[in-house]
Design a protein around this ligand. Structure first.
Ligand code: NAP
Length: 246
């Protein structure tokens, strides 16, 4: 059985990806931030994943921390034997205009959204290299492609992920490891629920399909990218935004 790790999978897009990959037949590792409330939500996600007849395990780790990622990857290797797919999904926002943005809010977003991707790819790639097989999907954002007012920290982290994705695709292609990114637009999740109605309507006006995306619509593209159907796709950024930019 193939194994997939999804970071930040206790809710939102990550939880949805975990369930979709379980449905596809992957054993899944649901990473969550080390807190009681995240643990509780992650356990519920794992229970739903198991209804597809696969193994599902929850592992607490703050993915912005190198050592915690190393320990998590070691544990997964010991418990599952292989690591076939890695989905770097964990992310946070700390939005405000540059003039008001505090240094700690810049650093926090870079640590969780960008450094985590280095932490996880660094440890997982050595496992995948030995297997001579692997699929990595990094969750970027349209903010990383086009910028977004109030998100200097977030768009920097999401643009960096795109550069990292292309570099890893080049470094590990000869080992049969693919690395791609998805760039979601406005998706219904706890992250976007907190935005003001005014901002939501302004954003929606730019979407060709005229509606928000659903987490399942991100999960289905990730499902493709980690499957054999995407065996010749690497170093790509797939925008999933309902036609936000054309
Ligand atoms: P979400 O509902 O807030 O989920 C993000 C998850 O990441 C949460 O479970 C969160 O846990 C977890 N997380 C945060 N920091 C972590 C850490 N240090 N270690 C481990 N887990 C951590 O957001 P979402 O909308 O599903 O977003 C998922 C990904 O999609 C993010 O990378 C986001 O940037 C990206 N994205 C979302 C949208 C959108 O419209 N929703 C658009 C473009 C890109 P806590 O709840 O404890 O913080």
């Amino acid at each position: 059985m193939a194994t997939a790790i999804i970071t930040g999978a206790s809710q939102g897009i990550g939880a949805c990806i975990a369930k979709r990959l379980a449905k596809d037949g992957f054993d899944v590792v649901i990473n969550h931030y080390p807190s009681d409330s995240d643990r509780e939500k992650a356990l519920a996600v794992a229970e739903e994943c198991r209804t597809y007849g696969v193994k599902a395990e929850c592992i607490a780790a703050d993915v912005s921390k190198f050592d915690q990622c190393e320990a998590m990857v070691k544990q997964i290797k010991a418990d599952f034997g292989s690591i076939d797919a890695l989905v770097n999904n964990a992310g946070i926002t700390k939005d405000t205009l540059l003039a008001r943005m505090k240094e700690e809010d810049y650093d926090a977003v870079i640590a969780v959204n960008q450094k985590s991707v280095y932490n996880m790819m660094k440890h997982v790639c050595s496992v995948m290299m030995k297997q001579r097989h692997g699929r990595i999907v990094n969750v970027s954002s349209v903010a990383g492609l086009y910028g977004n007012p109030g998100q200097v920290n977030y768009s920097a982290s999401k643009a960096a992920i795109i550069g990292m994705t292309k570099t890893v695709a080049k470094e590990f292609g000869s080992r049969n490891i693919t690395c791609n990114a998805v760039a979601p637009g406005f998706i219904h999740t706890p992250m976007t629920d907190v935005l003001s109605e005014e901002l939501k309507n302004k954003m929606l006006a730019q979407v060709a399909l005229g509606r928000y995306g659903e987490p399942e619509e991100i999960a289905s593209v990730v499902s493709f990218l980690v499957s054999e159907n995407a065996s010749y796709v690497t170093g790509q950024v797939i925008e999933i935004s309902g036609g936000l930019s054309m």
